[in-house]
Every structure is written in C-alpha cells, then in structure tokens.
Design a protein around this ligand. Structure first.
Ligand code: GLN
Length: 492
C-alpha cells in the first residue's frame, strides 16, 4: 500500500488488527517517507529506525496473539524533551547534544507499554523556550505548508512531522502554548490537558508549574486515542492528579455542540496584532458551531493585558531554577580545559546555552533575587491568581471559551522578531497555563497565503473529553482537518 500515511489512527488500528498490513510494513513506510521527505522539512533530530523495526515486530507478534492494545503497532514521534532510555534526548540544546537518558519518561513508557512504535525524536525550541523552533541548536524546521515559514514552537518538530505525514501522531508539551500554537501554524489538532493530567516525570522541565504534555495529531479523534494512552496519575510526579481518566475515544460521540454555551471574550478580538484573516476564519468557525446548535455569549476577561508580563516573569523564574542543574559536572556539555570550578560552570553554561535560554535565565534570576523577589515574583503570583479567578468567573456562565490560538499565521523563517514581539504572539495561549486549564486547537481554514489558521477552545478543569468531542463534531461537519500540505502528498 502506498497510502498508509493517509489513514487515521482508528483506521490504522483496524487495519493492523485485520492484518491488512503489518506494523513492520507501516513502520517501514513511515521510515521511507522520513528518509526522503524530512531532508526538506527537518522535523526529526534523531530517527530510531532500527529500534522502531524491533518494536514493530514485537507489536506484530502481540497483535497476532490477540491481546494487543488498540494502538499496538502504530508509529509515533516524541518531542525531544521526553527522556528516552538509550536514545539521545537533547531538548534542542547544545547542552544536551550527547545526553542519553538512563530512563524513559512516563509518557514514553506508557506509549511503549501500549505497543506504539517510536520513529524518533523531533525538533523543538531550546528547552521549549520560543514560538518558532528556530532557537533549536539543531537548526530550524520548515512548516510543511510553506517550507520557508516556521512550524511554530516550541513543539514545532512534532507539528511539522505530523503535517508532512512523517508520523501519524506525536507528543508535544505546552508551557505557554507550545502544543496549540504549532498545531495552529501547521493545520493540526493539538490538546493541552489540565495541569496534572499527564505525568511530567522524565519530561525535561522548563517551568514546572506550567509544563504539561499532550497529543498532536490530524484530528480530535486521533488526539483522543493518544490521550487514552498517556493520561493518568503517576506516583513519580507529585503534581500529577489521582483522578479517574475518561475514555476519550468512547466519549467522542456525545451531543457536544447542541446547547453548548461558548464564551467570546470581548478583549480577545480587539487585540492590536490580530491578523484580519485569522479573525475572519475564527469567526466563521464560531458561526459554524452556532449553526450546529451552540450559543455564542459575549464575556469579559479583564485580566487579558496582564497575561504576557505575568507569564514572562513566572516562566523565566522557574526556568532559571530548573536550568541551574546544567553545570557541566554530572552530565551535559562541559567546556574544554577549565581553569577551575568557577571557570567550568561559567564557560559550560555560556557555551552550552543559546541566547534565548540565557536571556530567560537572566530575567528569572533577577526576578527571584533577594531585593526584587516581592516586587516581581510574588506580585506575578498574585496576578496569576486573579487571572485564574477571571476564568472561573467566566465558566459560571459558559461551558467553553473561544479564541484564536495565535494572532497571526506562521512567520517566515529568519523573520527575526524582537523578543517582545515574539512574546506578544503568545497572548492567546499563556493564560491557560497560568490557570492550569485545558485547551485545544482545531484547524479552521487558511489565510490569503494559504497558511493554516487555528481556533482555540478553552475548557474548565478536566474537560478534555468535552473539548475533544466538540472538535470531533466540528470535524465531522467540516473538512479543514482533512486538508494536506503539498509535501504530505509526495510519495516516498
Ligand atoms: N512561547 C512560549 C515561551 O517561549 C511558550 C513555550 C512553551 O509552551 N513551551 O515560553
């Protein structure tokens, strides 16, 4: 079969079970596509071809024996922030260029236990800091819809790999938008779960109170399948929550949209940098949801102006603390010929970290320093609480909140936005992480340059199932999620 990469996760699962093709054939098919097409996209940092085929054979044997998990034998790509035993985990940094983790992240372990086949590790902004994936030590990744544009970030490799049909699904992480924004830029569906739903164990920390892993795929249905594998309590992550996990796939076919109250925040649609095409596509998608039975309700989110400054204090503060472990001593990059221990720390860190990471460490260290702690960090934490309360108040009157995922479509590679311009592009995604809420991106059309536009739906705590089923119903009534970039149409 030459078109195995066209099949959805459900179709792949059925095809494998009915022996229409084997996991080995499917895995070889994807490896062949990666070998040919990824030279142009550059989404993979590491391709684990040999190990993938071993895993595929094991999955084939399990499927034959009749007691395999529904996803056994289906390939996936992991963001290079998830630790993988025996395989390089770089977090997009020179600091970890040669780092081989002695253990698997829980997300990786769960995927393995279900029999999913790891195709490799995909590119990302260095330590997940960025919105373009250009800050990666391994170079930029192309957006499959226009290779001279970025795929977004920080999970840009995950998004590009799926959008170019170089993996059927991928894992991503979202600290301030890193699943939703690249999903938006690449025309995918991506879910940022409630904080605590997916284990952070073995997921290299950026900002621990904000980080959350989740699925990136072509449709809500595909995301639901991967969520069923990766969600759940983990004793190894003290912030993971011991709460029953929904069956995200079984719940897809509820009456999600009829009678749904969708909040439209007044403040969100008057943001200065909101692109006219993005606004138009998002409004059209909301009109469609209205036709399907939803009610649009105007709401106030008064804290909107505080999102960017609050996040860009708290995230760097936590990052500066988390990144202090990279000191050139136990693992990671070490400078040549250090004069003494101070020289070793200094040069290992200034040679091993890129500019954006160093900027965040500087800002974070400053915000946490004795004289400024109350004025910056403590104040930001107070504002964070107000942002959360703003959402909780809104959810008294609406079921979900709609927004663009990003004010623009994908930027050009090398556009060289100033840090503040780049940070302002995160306006629609940051608050969700500050509040710990779940949110989803769904593709809803294209701008005048044929670049994808995304709608974001923000839900109340633990409403992942509801978000997935709303988007699933939307996708059954529209075909934006079935559109493929020209490069995905190429055969290997
Ligand atoms: N762009 C945001 C940042 O640079 C969010 C990144 C993320 O979610 N990892 O911090």
């Amino acid at each position: 079969m030459t078109d195995l990469h066209r099949l959805s996760i459900r179709e792949l699962s059925e095809g494998l079970k009915q022996a229409q093709f084997s996991s080995r054939e499917l895995t070889e098919h994807y490896l062949k596509r990666i070998a040919k097409i990824d030279a142009k996209v550059k989404s993979y940092v590491t391709v684990t071809a040999e190990q993938a085929l071993v895993e595929a054979d094991a999955a084939d044997a399990a499927i034959k024996s009749g007691n395999a998990h529904a996803l056994a034998g289906i390939p996936l790509a992991h963001k290079d922030i998830f630790c993988t035993q025996g395989i390089k985990t770089t977090a997009g940094s020179k600091m970890l260029d040669n780092f081989i983790s002695p253990y698997d992240a829980t997300v990786v372990a769960k995927a393995k236990a279900a029999g999913l086949v790891t195709l490799g590790k995909v590119n990302m902004d260095e330590f997940a800091m960025g919105s373009t994936s250009e800050s990666s030590y391994f170079g930029a990744t192309g957006n499959p819809w226009a290779l001279d544009h970025v795929p977004g970030g920080s999970s840009g490799g995950s998004a590009a790999a799926v959008a170019a049909d170089l993996a059927p699904i991928a894992t991503g992480t979202d600290t301030g938008g890193s699943i939703r924004q690249p999903a938006s830029f690449c025309g995918l569906t991506g879910l940022k779960p409630t904080y605590g739903r997916v284990s952070r164990f073995g997921m290299i920390a950026y900002a621990s109170s904000l980080d959350q892993g989740g699925p990136m795929a072509r449709s809500a249905e595909d995301c639901a399948y991967l969520m069923n594998v990766i969600a759940g309590h983990d004793a190894k992550d003290s912030t993971s929550v011991d709460k029953e996990v929904d069956d995200y796939v079984a719940n897809l076919n509820g009456t999600a949209v009829k009678g749904l109250r969708i909040g439209i925040p007044k403040q969100y649609f008057n943001v200065a940098g909101l692109d006219a095409d993005v606004k138009a596509r998002v409004e059209e998608s909301l009109k469609k949801l209205e036709e399907m039975g939803a009610t649009l309700v105007e709401i106030d989110l008064n804290m909107t102006e505080a999102y960017v400054p609050t996040y860009y204090l708290i995230a760097p503060a936590e990052a500066s603390s988390n990144l202090s472990r990279y000191d050139g001593v136990r693992y990671g990059y070490r400078c040549e010929n250090p004069k003494d221990i101070l020289d070793l720390y200094k040069r290992s860190r200034s040679e091993g970290f890129g500019t954006e990471v160093q900027r965040r460490i500087l800002i974070g260290t400053y915000a946490l320093s004795a004289g400024y702690y109350d004025a910056y960090y403590v104040k930001a934490q107070k504002v964070r609480r107000l942002i959360q309360q703003d959402f909780l108040k809104a959810f008294e009157n609406v079921d979900v909140i709609a927004a663009p995922s990003a004010p623009t479509t994908a930027y050009k590679i090398g556009a060289n936005l100033s840090p503040t311009e780049m940070y302002l592009g995160d306006i629609y995604t940051l608050a969700v992480n500050l509040a710990g809420l779940p949110a989803i991106n769904a593709p809803v059309g294209f701008d005048k340059d044929s670049l994808p536009v995304g709608l974001q739906l923000i839900g109340n705590y633990w409403s992942e199932s509801q978000l997935l089923s709303i988007v699933h119903q939307y996708q059954q009534n529209t075909d934006w999620h079935t559109k493929r970039a020209a490069i995905a149409e190429e055969n290997a």
